[in-house]
Design a protein around this ligand. Sequence first.
Ligand code: IMP
Length: 498
Amino acid sequence: MKLTKKERQMYGQLSELFALVQMLIVTGTYWGDEGKGKIVDALSRLFDLAVRYSGGAGAGHTLVTPDGKKFIGHLIPCGIAQGIRCILGRGVFFDLRRFLVEYKDARRVLGKNLPDVWIDKHSPVWTKWHELFEKWLEYSMGKKKVGTTGKAIGPLAGLNVLRAGLQVHHLYQNSGTMRTRLQSLYRALKPDFDEMVRLRIVKRKDIPLPIHVERDLMKDAMKIRHMVADTASELSKAYTAGLRVLFEGAQAPGLDIDMGTWPFVSAGHSVAAGAPIGTGLPLSAFAKAVVLMVMKILPTRVGAGPFPSELWNRKDSELFSKEHPELFKNTKARARFLAEKLALINSGEATCADWGQYFQVLGYELGATTGRGRSVGLPDLMWLYYTIRINGPSYFALTRLDMLSGLNSIPVVVGYVLDGKRLPRGEMPDTDDLTRVQAVYERWTCWPEDITGITQWSDLPLKARQFVRKFERRLGVPIAIIGTGPRRNQMIVRTCKN
Ligand code: IMP
């Protein structure tokens, strides 16, 4: 695949920036969907291995290969599109059925460039029971439900902690071991399943017996046998040999089981500290690791949970995207809609719903896994101070800066007020209190020019450069990469020269 001049330049700048980095951890910043896939994809060329350390099939990333073919990944690291060896580390919740579909799709798209993929032998394994159990938990929580992706991430993590269920290696032990484990899990969950049947949440015939679960797993187990490994040991060898490793965080700190907005979180360790836990590499291997946080200029959230800078709301945003599919395609209606809303926003007459809809449509904010419409928020310095404290980034990659083109100005959250008191920077209140905080805003000037596709810092309009500089001054962390459009080469890399 021949690179364009712009791509050669971009890869050269990235390689200058990360020249001395052997271990790079890429994480999100807010609540996921920040464009990590595109950044990881660009960086993968510099690394030998791409490793996922948390999350499961609920994560979603749309990938475009160097020759323009597209596929959506959930479990396999984004590095696959660049053909580097991919590892699903121990912290990944493994769904065999979905993995096979994804792998087949990757093979269709990558052909002979499909790299090796390794699966950790100790990852927890999905069964239909996990899915049913998640349905039951969500039902039981009623209005307080999490609004999960439905991929059983919570039950996979929770039952693993309870030492129930299977791990990948059980698929290859004698069938007695596997059968006993499946029977125990079924026995533990059966009273809940019976209650689900009684309440007509599920039909009895849709609850598989242990023998059916075993049969389904065994049908596919041999297809991945050659990929199953002790990835902790393999990674240790790779590290010692000096190979360069890129760790891909799934989701983002706001959805981390411990550091996020519990209980409205996913169930893995998506913060940077999840990398040693989710791979089995020692802390010493990360002594010189660099953390790169990917931040979308306008955060989004799906599912329930606090979102202090939210413009509109989750329910209406989801409904809006369902009712107006034409606005999320390249149509005349879309162009007209965006032009009208932008004029309204710049006139100062727009409501919060107008702002939310404008950005939702402009950013094609639909989930890659569930297709749900994402609710959009404003840049939030208070949340950023918190996640910087937790993640310790060396750099930010700021994606979708082009979304602010044409706006006169944008409100930016610079403080939270709780019960009349302004909260100190970096402090994050409990989830219930976080839903009650009032955001304090400052207006930051934007720029009239369309910056889509700009690849040089010096080509950005002065006001856009001032915006970025102000942002990084406030954060105290350099913004090294700036996304200016969806395509692979639509990004600016800021090396020490600018
Ligand atoms: P779960 O990971 O399916 O358990 O979902 C828990 C919460 O995290 C829900 O609010 C989901 O919408 C959210 N979530 C999980 N994965 C993603 C993701 O990849 N992007 C954005 N939100 C996610």
